[in-house]
Ligand binder design. Sequence first.
Ligand SMILES: Nc1ncnc2c1ncn2[C@@H]1O[C@H](COP(=O)(O)OP(=O)(O)OP(=O)(O)O)[C@@H](O)[C@H]1O
Ligand SMILES: [Mg+2]
Length: 310
Amino acid sequence: LPFISKKLEHSSVNATSPLSLPLPLIVSFFNQKGGVGKTTHLFHFASFLSLEQKKKVLCLDMDPQGNLSSLWQQNKYENQKGFLTLMMEALPEINKMGNKNIPWERYVYSFFSSKNVENNILDCLESDPNLTSFELMVASLQFPKQLVLKNFLEKNKSFFSNYDIILIDCPPTLGLLSLNALLASQYIIVPFRPDPFSYQGIVALEESLELLRSMKVFNVPTVLGAIPNLVSLRRKQEKLMLDKITFLLQNYYPEILIAKSLPNVSWASPLESLKGKDLLKIKEWRENTYHPFLEKIDCDLNNRIKELSN
Ligand SMILES: Nc1ncnc2c1ncn2[C@@H]1O[C@H](COP(=O)(O)OP(=O)(O)OP(=O)(O)O)[C@@H](O)[C@H]1O
Ligand SMILES: [Mg+2]
């Protein structure tokens, strides 16, 4: 198992942190519309934060499709437990033993350990085929089924607090998996295409958030930003749809940060960019696209450090 045993070697992330730190900033990438660039932007944002901003980044793949995890899995180890299995095993209601000592070094994949890039932390807790049966597995739980992930993160704070930021890739549905991701997050970033389905997706998201807010028992996340993706401004219809969706978003969330729109570009595909082509273009593009989010996140992380030192 050369890859697995090396996984945490290059990272300064320890299996357990001696200090009881608060959880890191948690951001979900969500849109119930499929194929709008959730996974793509999460990956680019995560790797930019890690490589250019020297942040300690953990990606959490909550999508049973496992597209994000596949970017980490060049050396996949057979029978590796995915993140969901790990989370379910830790639940005393499901597993009487309640697995308390999780050997994180076995489950966290480091992006750079096999690439000789040191001092950059870009880790992943991978998706799991069992994610499809999540709803059935949590059906009998006593505590709110929307908070399984949040509780798991809280209970394992000594591990998760080693990171600056956790980015969660959501599936393209507003089911229990996505709700768990959203309710564990402070922020949501919404990639969208300038089309009617994305418009409907944003309406559905706000309706769900409003319902959750009205229940007054949840900490409902803020929609921090949106990324117009695969936009062809020369097409009149797309320009109109982009304006319509921007208007909707600003109406719902007056403070929302909207990224510069991104056309169809070959290097946006993580698999293409991993081949190392056009790296400079990618750097410029990422900086331009994520600029408003980076400032906000930097500011939040600095505040977190200040709070810790007080
Ligand atoms: N700006 C872009 N230019 C070119 N290709 C892109 C761009 N954005 C995304 N893609 C490609 O479009 C496809 C869908 O993107 P992605 O998988 O990120 O969407 P998604 O919202 O995560 O999809 P799903 O809802 O299925 O999880 C991928 O093949 C990706 O590489
Ligand atoms: Mg995806």
